[in-house]
Each structure stands twice: as C-alpha cells, then as structure tokens.
Design a protein around this ligand. Structure first.
Ligand SMILES: NC(=O)c1ccc[n+]([C@@H]2O[C@H](COP(=O)([O-])OP(=O)(O)OC[C@H]3O[C@@H](n4cnc5c(N)ncnc54)[C@H](OP(=O)(O)O)[C@@H]3O)[C@@H](O)[C@H]2O)c1
Length: 200
C-alpha cells in the first residue's frame, strides 16, 4: 500500500464499515443502496458491500456511474434522472452520504425491517434525522438514524480486504502541499471521484 492509498482509508473506511454494520453485520444477498456512491465513503462502501455478498445499488451523478459500476455495483441510478425513493419498499439498508430528502422519503424505500443511516451532507437533513429518527425507530419496524465512527475502527478488516485485492482506494488526483488551495477549489467543483490526496 502506498502512503497516498493509506491516507485515504482511515476516515472513509471507518465510516463505510460503520454504515455497512449499522443494522448488524451485512448479510449475503441483502439489498444495499449507497446514496452518493461515487464519493470517498461510497467508493469504498460499494467494494466492501460486494465483498460481503450484498446486492448493491449505487446512486450518484451520471459522470460517476461508470466508476461505480466498475467497482462492482449491481445497479446504478443517476440521481438527476430518477428518484429511488418513489419506487416503494426495496432496500434492506440505505447508507446516505448525500442526504437531500426528507427522511420520510427514505423510509418509504426501506423493506419492512430495513435500516437507513445518514453519514453527512445537508446539515438540515442531518439534524432532522438526529431528532426524529429515534421516534420513527421506536414506533416502526424500520430503523433510522445517524452513522458515526470511532477513529481507526475496522482498519484491520480493510487492510485484509486490500491485501486480498478485494478493495482498492479510489484516488481522483494528488496535489503537492503547495497546491492545497487548488485541490480545495477542485473539490468544490463537485467532480471528484473517490478521494483527493495532498502529498508531503
Ligand atoms: N457521520 C460522521 O461521523 C462523519 C464524519 C466525517 C464526515 N462526515 C460526512 O461525510 C460526508 C463525506 O462523505 P464523502 O467523503 O463520501 O463525500 P463526497 O466524496 O463528497 O461524496 C458525496 C457524493 O454524493 C454525490 N451526491 C451529491 N448529491 C447527490 C444526490 N442528490 N444524490 C446522490 N448522490 C449525490 C456527490 O456527487 P456530485 O457532487 O457529483 O453530485 C458525491 O459523489 C460529508 O458530508 C461529511 O460531513 C460524517
């Protein structure tokens, strides 16, 4: 593993694993949807979910769907063309790094014992989940909530699957430290696939 690859793994790796373990250990055949599959967390989560035998759907912008398919996703959805929350119950687990809808929309897309966990993006939607999810989970068979992670959690597993060649960190581009400002400008353009690395 190069230093660049290693630098991409601790945060998004721990979040991806925490997401996939949100409703207990992920099981083969489970239907998992990753909302924001082409980003830092998503590109790792797709690969790890496939390693565990899940049926994976990746949602992202059209430019990123080829990458998501190449990582093993069984289905991809272009969020500019289709709204996966409108098709009724389908998924056992939804991991959301791109939250932009009401959690009641996501609830509709869950199977009766399914789970929805939000990792980030819209602060307003994130806060809505923090306050409402415990109540929804209490009065419904569906589980909803926020996914957090502890530092370095699950890195042993990620190292194992990396060694086996089952997971490859996706690095969009690298910048020297002196060009950090350009790196952030590029990041803000929202075209990044996987991660940007600053080299020392
Ligand atoms: N919960 C925690 O403990 C914790 C800890 C650290 C960080 N975070 C959060 O984790 C998030 C970072 O995740 P990340 O590194 O994977 O982010 P990322 O690399 O920015 O990926 C997000 C992906 O979502 C896509 N996206 C944007 N709008 C979408 C939509 N409406 N539907 C589907 N996909 C959409 C983006 O594509 P386009 O831009 O091309 O549309 C992008 O590919 C941040 O929000 C951060 O705040 C959470």
């Amino acid at each position: 593993m190069t230093f660049e690859q290693a630098s991409t793994l601790p945060q998004v790796g721990a979040l991806a694993l925490a997401g996939l373990r949100y409703n207990g250990q992920i099981q083969p055949g489970q239907k998992v949807l990753l909302n924001g599959a082409g980003g830092g967390v998503g590109t790792l989560a797709v690969q790890i979910a496939k390693h565990f035998g899940a049926e994976v759907t990746g949602v992202d912008s059209p430019e990123k769907l080829e990458l998501v398919t190449s990582l093993g996703a069984d289905h991809v959805i272009d969020y500019t063309q289709a709204d996966f929350t409108q098709y009724g119950p389908q998924y056992d687990l939804i991991i959301d790094v791109a939250t932009h809808r009401s959690m009641f929309d996501y609830k509709r897309a869950l199977n009766p014992r399914g789970a929805y966990g939000v990792i980030g993006r819209s602060q307003a939607r994130f806060s809505q989940t923090v306050f409402l999810a415990p109540w929804i989970s209490r009065f419904s068979s569906k589980k909803m909530g926020v996914i957090g992670s502890k530092p370095n959690q699950g890195l042993d597993l990620i190292l194992e699957v990396f060694k086996d060649g089952k997971v490859v960190p996706i690095i969009d581009s690298t910048y020297p430290l002196s060009e950090t400002a350009q790196a952030f400008r590029y990041f803000a353009e929202e075209r990044v696939q996987g991660k940007i690395v600053i080299t020392m």
